[in-house]
Design a protein around this ligand. Sequence first.
Ligand SMILES: NC(=O)c1ccc[n+]([C@@H]2O[C@H](COP(=O)([O-])OP(=O)(O)OC[C@H]3O[C@@H](n4cnc5c(N)ncnc54)[C@H](O)[C@@H]3O)[C@@H](O)[C@H]2O)c1
Length: 404
Amino acid sequence: MVSTVTGGPPDGAEQTQGRPATGGTGTSPVAVRGAVDRTFWEGRRVLVTGHTGFKGAWLSLWLQEMGAQVTGVSDRVLPAPSLFEAASVGDRMTHRWVDVRDGPALVSAVRSAEPEVVFHLAAQSLVRTSLEEPVLTYETNVMGTVHLLEAVRQSPATRVTVVVTSDKCYDNADPNRPHREPDPMGGSDPYASSKGCAELVTGAYRSSYFARGGADACRVATARAGNVIGGGDWSRDRILADAMRTALGGTCLEVRNPESVRPWQHVLNPLSGYLLLAQRLWVSPDLAGGWNFGPDEKDTMSVRSLLELFGERWPGQFEWRHDGSPHPHEEPALRLDSSLARDGLGWQPTWDLARGIDAFTEWLCAYRDRDVQGAGETTRRQVGEFEQQMAEQADSPLVEPHAR
Ligand SMILES: NC(=O)c1ccc[n+]([C@@H]2O[C@H](COP(=O)([O-])OP(=O)(O)OC[C@H]3O[C@@H](n4cnc5c(N)ncnc54)[C@H](O)[C@@H]3O)[C@@H](O)[C@H]2O)c1
């Protein structure tokens, strides 16, 4: 595929060398729009940490559909009805039940899988839990990332590593300004700051160990995505996961902060970004750095607007009300500027939020009507539909010159 890529971006606090010159101003050259390339993933040895989680299950399933040899590393299966079980994600992959806080066990798991590509998603991923269990959160998200990078250092087969952090990694001093990749790291709660720390750890490992290894060294990037929605996320305190439970249960959803603004997107959008980033890193080591994957500006909206969109689509009763009792602080707004990924990787959200909520509602109806079987089938079909649409929107043939 032809690419406009001219160089790699830096991590958070570093300078902007290599960044496409005019990204985010509206005056940039038209970027070449890319797509996920099945020929790259077929037969590829890929390791996914956090494969039993919400994003990890969708990603593992997509990789399986493309013929990759997937190994998953997690500490547990999440409580039923987990997407991992509903979609039988475990049937076509190898499992390693490892706690990422256990460094030697993680080194051993990575060594035996000999992955060519690693996606690190395992994390304590919830803000509320991080306030209750800050030590567990830092151990998992920060030391877990250190252990993963140590394991990659000892894995000569690994050529690309994508560490998944969050849009919350940034210092959000001005909530109305969309974050760009060179912005300083921060975080006003243990979860957010653990993700900022994971970014800094990854940047230090890259410049200390991976950048010096020459052309054959592992290319290590980080991915910062906004709030994701999609079928199969049953986590507490995620707004559409809570909406899912109340819509199915016929109860009223209590909403803490209806005016909070977030960059919402369907889970397949950032996952397509992770896959595209890995494909591009395989041939272009100078793309190693931090990348934002967020929705278009119009899909950065309040919780209230998001719930209205869902309520218009859900075929049953759906009620919510503002819970005005005191709650822990949450950022009033988070915005992400993804022009670097658009200009530097050719990535764009394939589904806008309206389409994403349609997919979410369809998944929920399938689960309601046919339980886990409906959910599993719908998950696979949606992956196929998304991939096809991404390919149709791409500007050039999908095959890139990937040396194996
Ligand atoms: N879901 C979102 O809205 C969102 C937004 C931004 C960033 N992220 C990030 O994306 C990644 C995946 O998120 P998710 O929503 O799928 O999370 P999730 O909570 O659904 O899944 C987390 C996964 O990590 C595993 N895990 C947790 N602690 C572990 C440990 N100590 N050892 C090994 N495995 C462990 C779990 O078993 C599970 O497989 C996380 O890094 C998260 O911080 C998620």
